[in-house]
Design a protein around this ligand. Structure first.
Ligand SMILES: C[S@@+](CC[C@H](N)C(=O)[O-])C[C@H]1O[C@@H](n2cnc3c(N)ncnc32)[C@H](O)[C@@H]1O
Length: 284
């Protein structure tokens, strides 16, 4: 079905796959019982991972309070999400996960910890976040249109009133290793403007990956973006980097815990790169 604006829906580039999306009975029961405490249900868009263009999202109402905000894209099983939220009860932590079993695992973990400061939206973050935060990029599919919209708000959209985040996390995003799939990587020039639109000035975008060439891509993306400053520019140079003098990597953030994905990368002998960049005052 065609989108209201931009290219037809089939042209939307997705940074995830939905394989293995069936849930066992145990998780279905848990989702039915505890899901409503954590999951924000929004009207669906043109497919199962899209939210409707006119979905109303009131962040302060959903959390029942204002406060520091962290947004996690792709929490997987929720290790980082729940451990941070439990350790920082004064923070609101919003996660977007497209993979249904991941959402169920996040709920299970949050329920086990008895926390109240996590909310989860089952959706494609790249499609949903511009709508949820009232960005001009909402509803656009063509990369050049998303890039042109940058972090700009659409002041006519009620969601534009939502507070901006203090932190945005993309930890161990799907690596899309084949060159022909690199366009599916979420950390890209297309997404950088949207990421900037979600953060307050001075807010931080943190990333980590165990795939070298994705680390170079992350560094290149954020250093080319007019909306971010890299306080670690030139640091932690890596001889494996095609531009070995360039560096630009951050030390491991003490707030980031070890997940199964990181463990697997380390076991396979891969290097972990962290990035930490700051939203500057630049608008598009
Ligand atoms: C490789 S896993 C990493 C999970 C977790 N961050 C960790 O470090 O263990 C990447 C996760 O991101 C999710 N994901 C990828 N693209 C997404 C998107 N556009 N919106 C929401 N979730 C996404 C995938 O479904 C998957 O669960």
């Amino acid at each position: 079905m065609p989108e209201k604006s931009g290219r037809p829906e089939f042209a939307r580039i997705k940074s995830f796959t939905l394989r293995g999306s069936r849930l066992g009975d145990k998780y279905e029961t848990l989702l039915a019982e505890r899901g409503p405490e954590f999951i924000i249900d929004l009207p669906a868009g043109h497919d199962a991972t899209a939210v409707a263009a006119d979905a109303r999202f009131d962040l302060v109402r959903e959390f029942g309070r204002s406060g520091h905000l962290a947004i996690e894209i792709g929490p997987g099983s929720g290790e980082q999400l729940v451990s941070f939220a439990a350790a920082h009860p004064d923070w609101n932590v919003l996660a977007l996960e497209a993979w249904h079993p991941g959402v169920a695992r996040c709920v299970a973990r949050a329920a086990r910890e008895n926390i109240t400061n996590v909310r989860i939206i089952e959706a494609d973050a790249a499609q949903a976040l511009p709508i949820l935060f009232g960005l001009e990029a909402a509803g656009k599919n063509a990369p050049e249109e998303i890039i042109a919209a940058g972090p700009r708000l659409n002041p006519a959209h009620p969601n534009a009133e939502n507070p901006r985040a203090d932190m945005l996390w993309t930890f161990f995003p799907d690596p899309w290793r084949k060159a022909r799939h690199h366009k599916r990587r979420i950390v890209s020039p297309t997404f950088a403007g949207v990421a900037a639109g979600l953060l307050r000035q001075g807010g931080t975008w943190r990333m980590a990956t165990d795939w070298d060439d994705y680390a170079w891509q992350m560094r290149d993306t954020v250093e080319a973006s007019p909306y971010f400053d890299n306080p670690h520019a030139g640091n932690l140079q890596d001889p494996a980097d095609p531009e070995p003098e360039r560096g630009g990597y951050a030390p491991r953030w003490e707030g980031r815990i070890m997940t199964r994905f990181e463990e697997r990368g380390i076991e396979a002998g891969r290097t972990i790169h962290d990035l930490e960049v700051i939203r500057n005052g630049q608008s598009s």
